[in-house]
Design a protein around this ligand. Sequence first.
Ligand code: DAH
Length: 347
Amino acid sequence: MDGNELIKKLEGLVPAFSEGLDQAFSLEDLEALRIEFLGRKGRLAEIMAALPAISSEDRPLAGRTANEVKGRLTDLFDGRKAALEQAKDDSASATFDPTMPGRAPWRGSLHPVTLVMEEICGIFKGLGYDIVTGPEVENDYYNFEALNIPADHPARDMQDTLYVTDSIVLRTHTSPLQVRTMLARKPPVAIVAPGKVYRRDSDLTHTPMFHQIEGLLVDTDVSMGDLRGTLTSFVRQVFGADVKVRFRPSFFPFTEPSAEVDISCVMCGGKGRVDGKPCRVCKETGWVEILGSGMVDPAVFKAVGYDPEKYTGFAFGLGVERVAMLKYGIGDLRMFFENDVRFLGQF
Ligand code: DAH
């Protein structure tokens, strides 16, 4: 190899190295390139090994060229390395971009059962009633016995009631709060009691757990007229002023007389038909039942030590899911318990 050839080879390293740099996208790529060109056994060293063999005339120029080329390659290497390191830092800090739109936190909403419970309790609170709560695991005495439901009453059947032991049940209604309240307070008494109740029942329109609100007013001279006035005004606040209300004779062991309260059907407006077809909600009757009520039976007063000669009172009980279904036009009871946020978010 003569001097010229060696110098040409040396100078050829610069464009070759530049080309390699263009393909080096990481510090690892760059290091591999450095070893290939500038390493102890790299391409530069290889050419330099031929230096002693060329003529002493050409050797000084070749030597200088070799140094220049080495300096060029080193500069190019350093420049690329700095750029790659900068890019790496930038991408690390790019995970925080203060101009990105924020992620809106999910907004919760109250369950329709909670909403209806709060609305109803709010109405009675406005009338001066206290809100009371009690245990869901209840003594037979409060759930049945003191409410004039004797041991052979069909309501006690294992078919309906979830028994914990022979004398302890999951309460089948919120009526035990009548008993608990009257045992704890002297008249006058005005309470509403919201809460969960349990029955061995599960199909399209029944769930083993649902919610009730019990109401009780006891004083001297409480009449059936008070019951009618209070419940009519309550029902109109919940369902609107135009709704028709009727009281239908019924039976409950703990009230005498007893009445169920119907309202004109919210679906068909009391007409019994929707678009010429039978109304599904009221089954063409034009009425839907929304609560049970009555004048407190003297037997209940005796059980709690109130004088039935001195005091009278009325009581009522309603199913919260049922009211919510009618109020919001919900067709399927199971919706309340599936906890689908697309459903729950609508209220
Ligand atoms: N406890 C009854 C039930 O679960 C509802 C009820 C009816 C409550 C009449 C009352 C009442 O206080 O007077 O079906």
